[in-house]
Design a binder for this molecule. Structure first.
Ligand code: ADP
Ligand code: MG
Length: 220
């Protein structure tokens, strides 16, 4: 599902560089990435998602050579293969919860908002216990509610690979356990792969493997 070899990346006009000699993820596997702030964890997720592009090396994700794609190809790849739960949710304030969940379908003409998809929004919202919130706007939601919406949005296209950036970072302990339960239950449907960046041991413990970025071969 992920095969990375001799990957190198640097932001323009920045000292920061990331190097990964080898990293792989098999189908349905769950990988947690831990490590200090600024070590490049979010950058790695962005490379896997095709948001950033590596300078060198092999980046094969879901059977596709993402490293060799142009911007448009990477965008298409991302829409069809990746569900991304961003650290700060990245919900759109002027859209209600239903439309936030439907967002991948609203911003990509290649995806059709069919009646089946609309049903699926309802089902997902129900499993994440946010049915009553579907008409509400994000500024009227708690952190935990926003995170549920962000998780629903990451799942709505049924992507084979989910990337989550500190998904419990903004949640109180009680909400955290509930949301983790729901999230991991959803992941097990359809055998989805997961790469989750986390400081949270209760997240890492639910994964098959943990990589510590501070001792990994990602070097500055
Ligand atoms: P982490 O998620 O582990 O905290 P990041 O991947 O966000 O780390 O950032 C790694 C380094 O890259 C940091 O030094 C950060 O300042 C820098 N960085 C992140 N995004 C950009 C960007 N868009 N342009 C330039 N530098 C960036
Ligand atoms: Mg980060």
């Amino acid at each position: 599902m992920i095969s990375i070899e001799a990957l190198q990346f640097q932001y323009p006009r920045s000292e920061f560089a990331i190097q990964i000699s080898a990293l792989s993820l098999s189908a349905g596997e769950r990988l947690a990435i831990v490590g200090p702030s600024g070590s490049g964890k979010t950058t790695l997720l962005k490379l896997i998602a095709g948001i950033e592009r590596p300078a060198r090396g092999r980046l094969n994700i879901c059977g596709q050579d993402v490293g060799a794609m142009n911007d448009q190809q990477r965008r298409r790849f991302r829409i069809s293969q990746i569900g991304f739960v961003f650290q700060k949710f990245e919900l759109v304030d002027y859209l209600n919860v239903r439309d936030n969940i439907a967002m991948p379908f609203l911003i990509n003409r290649s995806l059709k908002l069919t009646p089946e998809v609309k049903d699926r929004i309802g089902v997902l919202a129900e499993t994440m216990a946010i049915t009553e919130l579907l008409k509400r706007h994000p500024d009227k939601l708690s952190q935990g509610e926003k995170q549920r919406v962000a998780i629903c949005r990451s799942l709505i296209t049924s992507p084979p690979l989910i990337l989550a950036d500190e998904p419990t970072g903004n949640l109180d302990p009680a909400n955290k356990q509930i949301i983790l339960e729901l999230f991991f239950e959803q992941l097990s449907h359809g055998d989805r792969g997961l790469v989750v960046v986390t400081h949270d041991m209760s997240v890492a413990q639910r994964c098959d493997r943990v990589i510590d970025f501070s001792t990994f071969d990602s070097t500055k």
